[in-house]
Design a protein around this ligand. Structure first.
Ligand SMILES: NC(=O)c1ccc[n+]([C@@H]2O[C@H](COP(=O)([O-])OP(=O)(O)OC[C@H]3O[C@@H](n4cnc5c(N)ncnc54)[C@H](O)[C@@H]3O)[C@@H](O)[C@H]2O)c1
Length: 271
């Protein structure tokens, strides 16, 4: 990525307190972007802002629960009052739960879809309301970019561990669909694309390994090792592997791309 292409962009990232969101925020910072980093955990949001500053960017930290329309509006306002605009909205916040389909309760379903789907919907809606009325950075270019973090889990309801996370998979399929609807709605002013990571070494996967291991009576680390062994690229994915694609989707090279959901998963799922 050329530094010039992302320098000065105003970027908001939800769920930026750790893992993929944090890696995306610091990657934008290293390119000279100005960040609003938010998380439901306020302490984590502040730590993320420190990390962004260390990476060379400007940052504001905010507590945002993506399920709240008011929080999402406040996040956009924070960007606009500090910098006059919001160029890139990264809808990253998400949750996971290991629970077999027959044991799932309505509350589990509602929590999962509440964060992973309603959250993305509210974040992108708040961002688009601002982006659609702001001028483009340059003549003929989009006025804003929305980047949703979906998952290869949203590509199909089947798969090796699908039976223990049906609500997660359904939530990510919904994000892929919403990405297309939003792209159609906001074209040509705002591009909307999704990133579909695979098996990323974050706290989320540590939880899958622990909970699925307990469910199946397997030792710590075994579920993780087996899943990583099936990755054609021969290693686990790092959060930084995901960040590179987010930078690309915000860059001028992706000006003509919208409505796409792109797998970046070491070849785990080819679709
Ligand atoms: N880890 C993986 O293998 C993987 C693979 C594909 C997709 N993803 C997706 O990438 C995104 C980030 O995952 P991660 O692995 O970094 O997860 P993570 O659990 O490490 O971090 C998620 C962050 O989101 C925050 N968060 C949770 N609920 C929130 C809410 N309601 N409002 C605001 N923030 C909230 C958490 O506090 C946390 O800081 C998620 O959408 C996840 O589904 C992860």
């Amino acid at each position: 990525m050329t530094a010039q292409s992302l320098e000065g962009l105003v970027v908001a990232v939800t769920g930026a307190g750790q893992g993929i969101g944090l890696a995306i925020a610091t990657a934008f910072a290293a390119e000279g972007a100005r960040l609003v980093v938010s998380d439901i955990d306020e302490g984590r949001a502040h730590a993320a802002a420190d990390a962004v500053r260390q990476a060379g960017g400007q940052a504001q930290a905010l507590r945002v629960d993506v399920r709240s329309a008011a929080d999402n509006a406040a996040q956009v306002r924070a960007a606009v009052s500090a910098h006059g605009r919001l160029d890139v909205m990264v809808c990253n916040a998400g949750v996971m739960q290991v629970r077999p389909l027959l044991e799932l309760e309505a509350a589990d379903w509602d929590t999962m879809l509440g964060v992973n789907v309603t959250g993305v919907f509210l974040s992108l809606q708040a961002a688009a309301r601002q982006m659609l009325v702001q001028p483009a950075l340059a003549e003929g270019r989009p006025r804003g970019r929305i980047i949703n973090i979906a998952s290869v889990a949203g590509r199909t309801g089947a798969g090796p561990i699908a039976a223990v996370m049906p609500h997660y998979r359904a939530s990510k399929a919904a994000v892929i669909s919403l990405t297309q609807s939003a792209a159609i709605t906001f074209a040509p002013q705002v591009t909307v694309n999704a990133v579909c990571p695979g098996v990323v070494d974050t706290a989320m996967w540590a939880g899958i390994d622990r909970d699925l291991g307990a469910l199946q009576g397997r030792a710590n680390g075994e579920v993780w090792r087996q899943r990583v062994a099936g990755v054609p690229m021969g290693r686990a994915q790092t959060p930084a592997d995901v960040a590179g694609l987010a930078l690309f989707l915000a860059s001028p090279a992706a000006d003509y791309m919208t409505g796409q959901s792109i797998n970046i998963d070491g070849g785990l799922v080819m679709s």
